[in-house]
Design a protein around this ligand. Structure first.
Ligand code: ADP
Ligand code: ZN
Length: 296
């Protein structure tokens, strides 16, 4: 079955076609400008491809409550043109196929859970550390939404005494995860592009320390069977060993499981699907929509 995947990002919209095995056939991306400009391009792509169902992983926050009048909308985003934009309804108005929408990180978590690093397990947490920080959770086969959906990037971390910018850079919260560890936060703190900072720069020890605090909270609160760290900042693969080591130290032997005490190399890991976690997850959302045959 030919499926469509839309990765709706704050910078670009990536449209793909593929199938339920995660194979990708075609891909095209458009800059995220205004809905009036961007939506017709997305609809043209998917209409031309003659897909049978569409899965969408989107930036948020999103209204994912089916009973809500604003179901399927992007809500309080700082991207003004997209604030309270009815994303799912406008896709449905232009394309009559079954559709399913979720957060970009839930889509990525679903991709990793089904076909990536967490295949065969019954839970995983996917965290992106990029322009922002967000986490998607699959628990006992369910994508977790709860009241709204998790906002994993915005809980408080304990500031490090050597941090030159311990308040972080989130406009909403002082000292939250995103404000301390996102790519732009690193760049503001040190005044240089993150990808250009050498491995021995103090930025990375501090980053590993904060990411370990974040993983520790995830382990204690959610108890996922695997933590997958993706996004642009995690292209710095040298971060993984110190993150794992800090997690072991911080937990102080309290959580007694081999995944934490011995096998952290396979517990806190990069995405098994590389850069394709999100698109794969969106294809799987499309497959779910097709099975449910949600009316358009
Ligand atoms: P997005 O979060 O916008 O979907 P990414 O996950 O690629 O996109 O994150 C982009 C951010 O990640 C950039 O703004 C930059 O700060 C950071 N980044 C990108 N590549 C690297 C790299 N190789 N090393 C460190 N940081 C990077
Ligand atoms: Zn915040």
């Amino acid at each position: 079955m030919l499926l469509g995947a839309l990765e709706a990002g704050g910078t670009k919209m990536v449209c793909s076609t593929g199938d339920e095995t995660g194979r990708i056939y075609a891909r095209q991306s458009f800059p995220t400008t205004t809905p009036a400009e961007t939506m017709p391009r997305i609809l043209d792509f998917f209409r031309g491809a003659q897909i049978e169902a569409l899965g969408i992983g989107s930036f948020g926050p999103l209204d994912l409550k089916e009973s809500s009048p604003a179901f399927g909308s992007i809500t309080s985003t700082p991207k003004e043109a997209w604030r309270f934009f009815a994303l799912l309804p406008s896709l449905r108005a232009g394309l009559c196929v079954p559709m399913r929408l979720d957060t970009d990180v839930n889509a990525a978590a679903l991709g990793e859970y089904t076909l990536g690093a967490a295949a065969g397990l019954s839970s995983c947490l996917y965290v992106t550390v990029g322009t922002g920080v967000g986490g998607g959770l699959v628990a006992e086969n369910q994508l977790v939404h709860g009241l709204v959906h998790p906002e994993f990037g915005h809980f408080y971390l304990k500031p490090h005494p050597d941090d030159p910018a311990p308040r972080g850079f989130c406009p909403y919260h002082e000292g939250c995860v995103e404000g301390l560890v996102s790519g732009p936060s690193i760049e503001k703190r040190w005044g240089a592009k993150a990808r250009l900072l050498p491995e021995n720069h103090p930025a990375w020890a501090l980053e590993a320390h904060y990411l370990a605090q974040m993983c520790m909270a995830a382990i204690l609160v959610l108890s996922p069977e695997k933590i997958i760290l993706g996004g642009g900042v995690m292209r710095q693969k040298h971060l993984f060993p110190p993150v794992r080591e800090n997690v072991r130290d911080m937990l102080g032997g309290y959580v007694r499981h081999p995944a934490i005490l011995e096998d952290t190399d396979t517990f806190i890991v990069p995405p098994g699907l590389g850069e394709n976690s999100g698109v794969t997850g969106a294809l799987l959302l499309a497959a779910r929509a097709a099975r449910e045959n949600t009316p358009c």
